[in-house]
Design a protein around this ligand. Structure first.
Ligand code: AHG
Ligand code: MN
Ligand code: MN
Length: 346
């Protein structure tokens, strides 16, 4: 179990996210300050979005923006605000050649002859919770482009998550957390609103040995496959073989929050293929900017992620907004999901 190191406990030092990124850069001789600055840009966007969310109830930023996005979902004003903030930060960064966002129909190619990075993000995750003051998140990933001077294209981001250089999320909750990895473990920071800095509070986060929770929208249970139904019965202690972990259920409806709780306290999140209005079953969550970045973090923290058949990081997306089933979190529980799905339920 990772005991949060209170800011200042790290050997009496106050470690800001900027300093931590620079220190991580130190162990990556090939890393340049430009990559560190890119990660800092996500921290900046997170502060701006956190500020807007804290005042959402008083300002005219709640409710629907009045249009439907490429997902076929009613865009919320806060979705649009969060997306615009991130696009603006990265358009000006001078380092990013391509942006892929949940809220953009296609990739945004940014002109310039030396833009080595491509970023993918879900600007506001859990937006069905915006009107009810439940925690929300932002999810992001960073790829190195094959050719920094070429015009940006979908090829820069239609790649397996295994190619990610970095991934992370910002959790807008009672406090604002930034959790990221550049491939050297997973590290968590908490925003000190008084000084406006993200301070190191969770160094080298690992999934706990003993999981506590499973997270699933059981409202869809009747449309799950019999194998998934059997897996969830097992999680709850209703199947005797193999020995059941007898987990408690926790489900917020914001992927970042459910993932973060399972990372800190131990557990598994699943959103299996579901069938809606009689259509063939399919996943709901998006591979590019929700699942691949979180799978990168999960593996870096000793966990796992799969769609029930293929490790999430090995999936090669062919569409920007491709949806996949997901089982993510404690490695043993994800491996059991794969085992249950491989064995036709009698
Ligand atoms: P987003 O707000 O970015 O569209 O993401 C919502 C996702 C995810 O945050 C959450 O786990 C899931 O939708 C909840 O779906 P259900 O409401 O179907 O349970
Ligand atoms: Mn989302
Ligand atoms: Mn979203």
């Amino acid at each position: 179990m990772t005991n949060p190191t209170r800011a200042g406990d790290a050997g009496g030092q106050i470690v800001t996210v900027e300093r931590h990124i620079r220190e991580c850069q130190g162990s990556h001789p090939e890393a340049t300050g430009r990559f560190s600055q890119l990660l800092y840009d996500f921290a900046l966007a997170g502060k701006l979005i956190a500020h807007a969310l804290r005042r959402a109830g008083m300002m005219d930023v709640l409710g629907h923006a009045g249009n439907v996005n490429v997902q076929g979902e009613e865009q919320k004003k806060l979705d649009v605000y969060s997306n615009d903030t991130l696009v603006e930060v990265f358009r000006r960064s001078g380092r990013v050649g391509v942006i892929a966002s949940e809220e953009e129909d296609d990739v945004l190619a940014i002109d310039g002859d030396d833009r080595p990075y491509a970023v993918v993000f879900d600007p506001l995750d859990g937006s069905s919770n915006t009107e009810v003051n439940v925690s929300l998140g932002t999810i992001f990933g960073v790829y190195r482009r094959a050719d920094a001077s070429a015009p940006g294209s979908r090829d820069d981001v239609l790649r397996p998550g295994r190619d990610l250089l970095a991934a992370g999320y910002i959790l807008y909750g009672p406090c604002t957390n930034l959790v990221y990895s550049v491939g050297d473990g997973v590290h968590g920071f908490t925003l000190d609103p008084d000084c406006g800095e993200f301070l190191l509070t969770h160094e080298s986060i690992r999934f706990p040995e003993k999981p506590k929770y499973f997270s699933a929208n059981q409202g869809g249970e009747t449309t799950w496959s019999p194998e998934v139904q059997r897996y969830v019965r097992w999680l709850r202690g209703m199947e005797s073989e193999p020995a059941s972990p007898k987990l408690s259920s926790r489900y917020v409806g914001t992927l970042v929050v459910d993932f973060h709780r399972n990372l800190i306290d131990g557990g598994v999140f699943l959103y299996p293929a579901v069938s809606k209005k009689g259509a063939p079953p399919k996943g709901k969550l998006r591979q590019l900017y929700e699942l691949a970045p979180l799978a990168f973090l999960a593996e870096q923290a000793g966990g796992a992620a799969s769609n029930g058949v293929t490790p999430t990081l090995d999936i090669e997306p062919t569409e920007l907004h491709q949806r996949e089933a997901i089982f993510i979190g404690d490695r043993g529980l994800v491996e059991q999901a794969d085992a249950f799905l491989a064995q036709p339920a009698s």
